[in-house]
Design a binder for this molecule. Sequence first.
Ligand SMILES: [Zn+2]
Length: 96
Amino acid sequence: MTCTTGCKTQDHASYAECLKAKAVKTFLASPSKGLDGTTQKRWDAELNAYCNARQEGIQPDGTTMAKVTQAVKASDKFGKAYGRDFNAASPMPEGV
Ligand SMILES: [Zn+2]
């Protein structure tokens, strides 16, 4: 069971892949709002990643892509939600 909760297909290779698929869908569903959307798009992507992570129970140390990516990668590695099931202070969750 590597997929996130609520995943319809349940066929992703990893937790991170599943989150990424969700993020892409969210991004495509949101029409671009500005002409020069580079900054906005990057911000949207970070916010989407953060929101998706939070929906899975992951609680990143911050809203930046680096923090979110770090949290998602850690969650993917352990198959548990970073920040909820474990965190940087206790990197080895029980039962792993
Ligand atoms: Zn999935």
